[in-house]
Design a protein around this ligand. Structure first.
Ligand code: DAT
Length: 180
C-alpha cells in the first residue's frame, strides 16, 4: 500500500469511538498535555455550517464530509492535530499517524448516554455500535492496522493513563524517512 506522507514535523492523531466513550474529554486533556490543536468535528460542523441540514430521525446535522475535509486540509498538512469524531472512514488515510479507538463497557456507556439524554433508538443504536465494535472495525478497514490503537475508557484512571501514553507517543514521534 502506498501512503504519501506530507512533510509535517508533528503527528496527526485521530481519536474515534462510539459517542460517550470519552473522545472529547480525553482529546481536550491530551491537546493541553502535548501542545496539540484539538478539532472536535461535531463542534466544527455546527460552528462553520459544514452540513447539509438537520436529520430529524437521527437528531443531528447531516455532515458534509467534503466540506469538513476541505476545512481541515491546511492544518492537517502542518501536523500537530488531534481530530475527534465518531466516524473515521471519510478522512484521507494520509492525514493520520495514529488512530485511537476508545472503548467503554456497555453498562458504563449506557449510564453516560442516558445522563446525556439519549433514549429509544438513539440509545440502542449507540450501545449496539459499541457491542459490535463498529468503530474499531471501521478504523481497521480504513487505516493500516499497525497505526490503530484501541484503548479502554471506563473510568478516570483510564483517562489519565491514556493521556500519559499518548503524550509520550506524540513526543517520541519522528517523521518517517522519505525514500527519494
Ligand atoms: P464523546 O466525545 O466520546 O462523546 P465525552 O468526552 O463527551 O464523550 O464524554 C461523555 C461523558 O462521559 C462526559 O460526561 C465525560 C464522561 N467520561 C468520558 N470518559 C470518561 C472516563 N474514561 N471515565 C469517566 N467518565 C468519562
Amino acid at each position: 500500500m502506498s501512503r504519501s506522507r506530507s512533510r509535517r514535523v508533528r503527528p496527526n492523531v485521530l481519536v474515534t469511538g462510539t459517542p460517550g466513550t470519552g473522545k472529547t474529554t480525553m482529546s481536550s486533556l491530551l491537546a493541553d498535555a502535548a501542545a496539540m490543536r484539538h478539532f472536535n468535528i461535531g463542534d466544527l460542523v455546527r460552528q462553520k455550517g459544514l452540513h447539509d441540514g438537520w436529520d430529524d430521525h437521527l437528531h443531528c446535522h447531516v455532515i458534509n464530509e467534503d466540506m469538513v475535509c476541505d476545512e481541515l486540509e491546511d492544518s492537517m498538512e502542518e501536523g500537530g492535530n488531534i481530530v475527534d469524531y465518531h466516524g473515521c472512514d471519510f478522512f484521507p488515510e494520509r492525514w493520520f499517524d495514529l488512530v485511537v479507538v476508545l472503548q467503554t463497557d456497555n453498562s458504563v456507556l449506557h449510564d453516560r448516554l442516558t445522563s446525556r439524554g439519549y433514549m429509544g433508538a438513539k440509545l440502542t443504536n449507540n450501545i449496539e455500535c459499541e457491542i459490535f465494535q463498529v468503530l474499531l472495525e471501521e478504523a481497521r478497514e480504513s487505516y493500516a492496522s499497525e497505526i490503530v490503537m484501541p484503548l479502554h475508557s471506563n473510568n478516570v484512571e483510564d483517562i489519565s493513563r491514556n493521556v500519559a501514553t499518548l503524550t509520550e507517543w506524540i513526543n517520541n514521534w519522528r517523521p518517517p524517512v522519505q525514500s527519494n
